[in-house]
Design a protein around this ligand. Structure first.
Ligand code: CMC
Length: 436
């Protein structure tokens, strides 16, 4: 939204004074619309990794990285994590308001009607190697939903978009549980409509067809909390990917599947799996935490402290603070790997008091402690990032929908600064001089 009363931002380029419209933020950094820069100067902006580029205006999530603040639709993450269910937060992100009693009931009812996966998915999952990474299978599975529900693909039709929203929210937990069961060689379990979202997911993952499975309420509440903490994080790598793919009018499944691909990277959602691998290696090698930190600081073989650092937070990640508390509670109750938790805390303690990390404002991020909780709950390491994806799903959907509804949306198409060969003439193969 532009504000005509605001003085424009002025820049001087090659002696020419240029004015650009400001886009005021409700909180945080105002934007400057530099869309006309190319036309007026022949220059493009170059911003590696989008360090300084806002790709949209959004009403969904607010982060203040210096103060460690995260809010969904204005509500502080701490209040949502303490009081809400994941489904309620999903509704908030997608529809803009917390649901009242009737709306919540109706929402749960709608999702329950669509939890089943098409039976063909059994064969689909079996077509992948059992040891294949669940994120790759999940990405394919979500993209594949488009082939089963062709009446939900049109991004121009709000009714179809609503249907795709419901199907994704309802079926992705079943899909993730099925991927896990298949890899473990266990029979697939159907959803149980007497159970709520997180509880049903735990049943489909850990239940057995031959015995009653009473899900521990503490586990349900810990999972709800983790899913809430992951539910949105404004324009991160996977969300920006979802918006970019969607900006070409690609359907919601294709766009969200692309987001899953981005999330799988160890610098993004894959970090939760990488943290546990790192802790395991430190323990096995016996080298000690201090020695490992030295190797990180020396940037030895690209050794990084996984689960540390963030593009936006230059303060303790508010999600990590909640997860850390939860890790203690869950491990105490379930008797998880306390040795690894102790190792993680030792690592955090050393890092937070070390000049290298202090100077660069590197703090634990959400991924630092989550793996320890997932492991204590019984999830194998390969399932950690799919759990992140389950949590991030409503965020991706809400951002995709906001992108569709925004009249200023244009197909995402960055410019480049070309630094390759200048024009040269084609030479026949036998005359070519091979460059060393
Ligand atoms: N360990 C050691 N050094 C680090 C780390 C780390 N985890 N993170 C950043 N640095 C250093 C980096 O080497 C650089 O140092 P220098 O100034 O000497 O070149 C400086 O800190 C600035 O880092 P950057 O790479 O320019 O920061 P970025 O904003 O481009 O990257 C990040 C952010 C999250 C990719 C990075 O901090 C990182 O790789 N962390 C480890 C992976 C991780 O935990 N990812 C999860 C992120 S949170 C959840 C999510 O988004 O999915």
């Amino acid at each position: 939204m532009t504000d005509q009363n605001l003085a424009p931002a002025t820049f001087e380029v090659d002696g020419k004074r240029l004015e650009f419209q400001r886009h005021p933020a409700v909180e945080g950094n105002d934007g400057v619309n530099i869309g006309s820069l190319l036309r007026e100067t022949g220059l493009v902006t170059l911003d590696h990794g989008f360090m300084n580029t806002a790709s949209c205006e959004s009403t969904i999530t607010y982060i203040d990285g210096d103060e460690g603040i995260l809010r969904y639709r204005g509500y502080p993450i701490e209040q949502l994590a303490e009081n809400s269910t994941f489904l309620e937060v999903a509704y908030l992100l997608i529809h803009g308001e917390l649901p009242d009693m009737d709306t919540y009931e109706g929402y749960m009812h709608r999702l329950k009607r669509h939890r089943l996966l098409h039976e063909d998915f059994n064969a689909f999952f079996h077509a992948f190697p059992a040891h294949g990474h669940p994120m790759a299978i999940l990405q394919a599975g979500i993209a594949g939903l488009a082939t089963y529900y062709p009446h939900t693909l049109n991004p121009k039709d709000p009714v179809e978009v609503d249907k795709a929203t419901t199907l994704l929210m309802a079926k992705v937990p079943t899909m993730i549980a099925s991927i896990f069961r298949r890899a473990a060689g266990l029979p697939l379990l159907y959803p149980d409509n007497s159970k709520l979202y997180a509880e049903d997911f735990l049943w489909m993952t850990f239940g057995m067809p031959y015995e009653k499975y009473d899900v521990d309420p503490m586990l349900v509440s810990a999972l709800n909390r983790l899913l809430i903490l992951h539910a949105d994080h404004e324009q991160n790598c996977s969300t920006a990917t979802v918006r970019m793919v969607g900006s070409a009018d690609a359907n919601m499944y294709a766009s969200v599947a692309a987001g899953v691909g981005a999330l799988s990277g160890p610098l993004h959602g894959g970090a939760n799996e990488a943290v546990l691998a790192m802790l395991g290696k430190i323990r096995e090698s016996g080298e000690g935490v201090a020695k490992f930190v030295e190797r990180v600081k020396n940037k030895e073989d690209d050794v990084k402290l996984m689960g540390f650092g963030h593009r936006v937070y230059k303060h303790y990640d508010p999600r990590a603070a909640i997860v850390k508390k939860s890790a203690h509670e869950v491990l105490e109750k379930l008797g998880g790997d306390n040795e690894l938790l102790d190792l993680a805390m030792e690592l955090e303690g050393i890092a937070l008091s070390d000049e290298y990390f202090v100077e660069r404002k590197l703090y634990p991020n959400v991924d630092f402690y989550t793996g320890l909780i997932y492991k204590a709950m019984g999830f194998p390491e390969k399932m950690f990032t799919p759990l992140f994806a389950l949590g991030r799903l409503p965020g991706w959907i809400s951002q995709y929908r906001e992108m569709l509804e925004d009249p200023t949306t244009k197909i995402g198409r960055p410019r480049q600064v070309y630094v390759g060969e200048a024009e040269r003439a084609w030479v026949p193969r036998e005359e070519r001089q091979h460059k060393a």
